[in-house]
Write a protein that binds this ligand. Structure first.
Ligand code: SF4
Length: 189
């Protein structure tokens, strides 16, 4: 099992510095700015911006049809305007302090213990051991949060039958009908 220090060493040897190109916030290839967000992350952005849920997030675009009349998706992603994240303005993130885990850790992610690196103009820049350790600790926190979220979604799916014929989003809080999207908090069914 790789230690935090081993992973930090790997990140430091790859090197990274955000060069503020904004490529990860814009649509430059399929799914390039598809930022998955949990209900907790959406609520943190709502409380920082005063925006409603539907202005912050949109249903994850991949729809599942169970062939018995139910159509649903699992989870949310940040709302996009035309070709970019709706929080990207004048080359900067307007919710920087509340940006989701994916944005905080891009271009890195952990697939169990494997470090996955996405294409990014900032790769290859010299970085300190301290900065590499900060990234790896965020990656580990992100991994824990994502696993907890996945488990909670599994429990929701186990406990509920999707009986509605209306399009719903399933997340860790329950089953949400899209009609309620203009409210700050969407009640779970
Ligand atoms: S939340 Fe901020 S960092 Fe993340 S995609 Fe949107 S603008 Fe970019």
């Amino acid at each position: 099992m790789l230690s935090i220090e081993d992973l930090a060493e790997k990140i430091q040897s790859i090197g990274f510095r955000c060069v503020r190109c904004g490529t990860c916030c814009r649509h430059v290839s399929p799914d390039s700015n598809l930022v998955l967000v949990s209900p907790d992350e959406i609520k943190a952005i709502i409380s920082a911006t005063g925006l409603t849920w539907d202005k912050v997030a949109e249903p994850y675009p991949e729809t599942i049809d169970d062939h018995h009349g139910a159509r649903f998706t699992i989870g949310w992603c940040l709302r996009r305007n035309n070709d970019h994240c709706r929080f990207f303005h004048d080359g900067a993130c307007t919710i920087y302090q509340n940006r989701p885990w994916i944005c905080q850790t891009y271009p890195f992610m952990l697939d169990e213990e494997r470090l996955v690196v996405s294409p990014c103009e900032g790769l290859g820049h010299t970085m300190s051991e301290e900065d590499a350790l900060i990234i790896i600790s965020k990656l580990l926190e992100r991994q824990t949060a994502e696993k907890e979220e996945e488990e909670r979604v599994r429990q929701v799916l186990k406990r509920n039958q999707i009986s509605t014929k209306r399009f719903v989003v399933i997340d860790s809080e329950g089953i949400k009908e899209i009609d309620s999207l203009d409210r700050n908090t969407i009640p779970a069914k």
